[in-house]
Design a protein around this ligand. Structure first.
Ligand SMILES: *Cc1c(COP(=O)(O)O)cnc(C)c1O
Length: 379
């Protein structure tokens, strides 16, 4: 049996070139050829984020969230978390676990937070750092990065961006947006199998780390890793060798495609997919101003049940995700980032149409694919 096409918001489909890179012989981690690949990979990541320093080590996105925070704040510090969903809500759990004092500004699912509320908080006390999720994967909400970054500048708060569901698909130029820390991973828009923690730092964030002295971390302490990132022939802890070779392949492909072209491709994909979804009478739960180029979160129409829909969709060749948190059972989520292009979109939309028709939803077959084609062609 053929496995279904993976259209969840990560892990995402992995190109053959990246899979081939993954299966190279496992080089010694201080072997010259590997050291060169690691350096090339880090230099490419630095370019993508326009960062002053980048750390790429074994782990998941959640580890990067932890690493990004514990190197710029310590127990007792006030932290402001902007939450637009499930992953925004994860950050205060991390700051609380380290004895920091989290404050949260949140929004209704699918909506952006009110910037006035954020500003009122920033006025009320001095925060050591502020966190924002670039795209909240639970509600498909794209944050107002510019609006929030202006506030971070105005109130001189260290700005941490959770880029997990956006990095390499949406612009995250640290200098342009005044971002101090980006926490991210490789299995979403980087289209690499899961297993890496990626964190980018600004000069200001590195200085903050210096001023903290000793911190409540060891593996996560960037002071242990920065010398290795400068010279990967040194040892601190064994890096995931094959993963780094694969990530380097992906980074090279991203830079070859060109960052602007890649961001434009993701916008085109998101717009075309939503045109199709709307044409068959379905609705994203996300407010239009916050539509994300990387995924779409769709409300079930009357009479379509979550588990039955997703099981049937899988039989029709496409694997999508259900809702999380308060949206569980109410929505399905389709990731469209990384290596996704027209063929995957077409396959996904036909499978969604067939599945809905099989489950008795009333609409004219083919209208979704038609509208998506028209939107794709119009660009
Ligand atoms: C997936 C995701 C995470 C968590 O990443 P893991 O690799 O699963 O730990 C964090 N934040 C956002 C926005 C995500 O989409």
């Amino acid at each position: 049996m053929r496995d279904p096409l993976v259209m969840i918001p990560g892990p995402t489909p992995v190109d053959e070139a990246v899979r081939d890179a993954m299966r190279v012989q496992t080089y010694g981690h201080t072997y010259g050829r590997f050291v060169k690949i690691y350096k090339e990979c880090l230099a490419g990541l630095k370019k993508i984020f326009n960062a002053d320093a980048v750390i790429a080590i074994g782990g998941a996105g959640t580890l990067s969230m932890e690493m990004g925070l514990v190197n710029v704040a310590k127990a007792g510090d006030e932290i402001l978390h902007i939450s637009q969903g499930y992953f925004g809500d994860r950050y205060p759990q991390i700051s609380a676990a380290f004895g920091m004092k989290p404050d949260v500004v949140s929004s209704e699912p699918g909506h952006r937070v009110c910037l006035k509320e954020v500003e009122a908080k920033l006025k009320s006390k001095r925060y050591a750092a502020m966190t924002l999720t670039h795209v909240d994967t639970s509600s498909g909400t794209l944050a107002d990065l510019e609006g929030v970054s202006e506030l971070a500048k105005k109130y001189d708060t260290l700005f941490i961006l959770d880029g997990v569901c956006a990095s390499a698909a949406i612009d995250e130029d640290m200098k342009k947006y005044g971002i101090d820390v980006i926490v991210t991973t490789c299995q979403k828009a980087f289209a690499v199998p899961p297993g890496m923690t990626l964190v980018a730092f600004s000069e200001k964030a590195l200085k903050r780390r210096e001023s903290l002295g000793s911190i409540a971390a060891y593996y996560c302490d960037i002071k242990n890793w920065l010398p290795i990132m400068d010279n990967p022939s040194l040892y601190f802890a064994t890096p995931p060798v094959n993963h780094i070779v694969a990530l380097n392949e992906s980074v090279k492909m991203i830079l070859e495609e060109g960052l602007e072209a890649r961001y434009a491709r993701h916008r085109r994909i998101g717009n075309a997919f939503r045109a199709g979804i709307k044409a068959i009478g379905l609705k994203p739960i996300t407010a239009e101003e916050a539509y994300a180029p990387t995924l779409t979160v769709i409300q079930y129409p009357e009479g379509i049940e979550d588990a039955a829909f997703r099981a049937r969709l899988e039989e029709n060749g496409v694997f999508c995700a259900g809702g999380v948190g308060s949206l569980k059972g109410k929505v399905f989520r389709v990731g469209h980032m990384g290596s996704i292009g027209w063929p995957e979109l077409a396959q996904t939309m036909t499978a969604i149409e067939l599945t809905l028709a099989e489950l008795g939803y009333k609409f004219t077959l083919g209208t979704g694919v038609g509208a998506m084609e028209a939107a794709w062609k119009a660009k």
